[in-house]
Design a protein around this ligand. Structure first.
Ligand SMILES: [Zn+2]
Length: 255
């Protein structure tokens, strides 16, 4: 097993990452991201009503750029992220890098924490907070296949187990599925079967207030599934790739 399990949490100040890639005039004078993000990204930021959501959005898109810049050994200022929805043509959906079609990008955000990854092979990442209110069996049945739902219902902490399965499925979906053929059936997270993966043992937890901690590394088909837990115990994340990545960039937006 490769000894590459160190997570590398990164405190990210969006303002510190500002570049002069775009002229400051004209784009979106209200948003601090105007000199980093594309016009389409700025437009999406402006539509978010909550300042915290805007901070998370900007941090996720900045972190994805940092990941890609590191992968390509170039400056973030040279990178433009493009998103075109395959269904409606809107500026969301699977991201790509203009001029670097071979690079795969993924990111995820939940309140106050974002994660991102870039690779030349399929990659997916997802993070979620375990909600303070219970999800309950009905949600398990809706979101999971019968085998997964059974495992979740039997777990010591069903809601955490549910969120773990959910982030695994989302990350796998973003990476294009688990099988050699790649794609998952359109939108069908239910058909991505993660029931073969064990849950982390409670003893795997460590108290590292500022760090994300790896709690599991598994194989599923040709994919590596790296489960981690955020610095806040209520945040669960999974990274999916074709090999074990050196680190998972995680950022805590300045909200
Ligand atoms: Zn769409």
């Amino acid at each position: 097993m490769p000894a590459l399990l160190g997570l590398d949490p990164l405190r990210l100040d969006p303002h510190a990452q500002r570049t002069s890639a775009h002229p400051p005039s004209g784009r979106c004078p209200d948003a601090p991201c105007s000199d980093v993000l594309s016009p389409a990204e700025c437009d999406r930021v402006r539509r978010l009503r909550c300042a915290g959501d805007r901070a998370d959005f900007v941090a996720a898109h900045l972190l994805a750029r940092l990941c890609a810049a590191q992968l390509l050994s170039i400056d973030t200022r040279e990178l433009t992220i493009n998103q075109v929805c395959e269904s409606c043509g809107g500026p969301h959906g699977r991201p790509s890098l203009v001029g670097h079609p071979a690079v795969r990008l993924a990111w995820s955000r939940t309140r106050g924490i974002v994660a991102a990854a870039a690779d030349r092979r399929p990659v997916g990442v997802d993070i979620e907070r375990v909600a303070s209110t219970a999800y309950g069996p009905r949600m398990y049945e809706l979101a999971l296949n019968p085998a997964e739902a059974h495992l979740v219902r039997s777990a010591t902490d069903p809601d955490s187990a549910f969120v773990r399965q959910w982030v695994r499925k989302e990350a796998l979906f973003k990476a294009g599925g688990a099988g050699p053929a790649g794609a998952a059936p359109g939108g069908a997270l239910r058909f991505l079967d993660v029931s073969a993966l064990p849950f982390e043992s409670p003893t795997a937890e460590r108290s590292q207030p500022d760090a994300a901690v790896v709690v599991g590394l598994h194989r599923l088909g040709r994919r590596c599934v790296l489960d981690w837990r955020g610095p806040d115990r209520g945040v669960l994340g999974t990274l999916v790739g074709e090999w074990v990545p050196h680190h998972v960039p995680v950022a805590f937006p300045d909200r």
